[in-house]
Design a protein around this ligand. Sequence first.
Ligand code: ATP
Length: 279
Amino acid sequence: MRELAPAKINLCLYVGPLRPDGYHELVSVMQAIDLADELELTDSDATADDVRCPDVEGPNLAAHALAAFREHTGWDGPPQLLQIEKRIPVAAGLGGGSADAAATLRLLARRSGRGSHAALLEIATSLGADVPSQLQPGRWLVQGFGERLTPLADAEPLGIVLLPSSAKLSTAAVYAQADRLGLTRGADELAAALAALDPNSPEPVNDLEQAARSLEPTIDGAIETVRREGAARALVSGSGPTVVGLFPTLQDARLAVDRLNAAGVDAKAARAIHNQSPP
Ligand code: ATP
């Protein structure tokens, strides 16, 4: 069984107060894009589940998802081999680990016939802030620490240019830096941002941007670069360091990428994907 795990970008990200559980309260418009990891799940003859993801060192979030699915649903089917081919840059603000965890849950639900939508959401929430919204890739208004989801209408046609970075940023380190720099909002300010938000065309505000830029100064140049190529809006995705340029059409984005690649700049065109049906 195969499944794609689409990356996400944050079209806006407002960061509110730190909660007692250590997470920040968020308001974000999250958009899934057609840059995706590829997952394959097969029954295996081994004695235990095995997750192979050569591009990621250390514990894999998809392995946590597999263990959590078995635990939560009681499924005791045969050991599974899960192979992940990474296409989404790692620690880049594109939610790659969360996308893989969410896609793993979709695969296991298909394989086992278990896991109601509510159960999958509960498991996803236990795995991390970005996992619930990526369970059903599409466009979401995300609140709470990432678990309160409101579906949004499909986006207007949009061309996206991604400028990946060779640097990696840890999400936790970027949030900590935002706290140190006093960049987060109080509850009232967060509510005001939500009230003023147009989810169809959000202002390109990312409250983590300054924190990410201070930890990874090359982001400044990437934002300049994508603006110079004609991006109508430019911002850092999530905790960075990936920079996103928004263009009116996919064709505009592709032309900008051609020019950037010709000048030796690593850039990729992507498009927003349509809202997918529940797993
Ligand atoms: P987010 O935007 O969700 O905060 P991110 O996109 O910045 O996260 P990820 O690519 O999800 O970052 O990786 C964050 C860390 O998670 C990496 O440093 C990596 O070690 C770990 N990780 C565990 N499993 C995976 C996976 N399947 N893919 C990528 N990273 C993984």
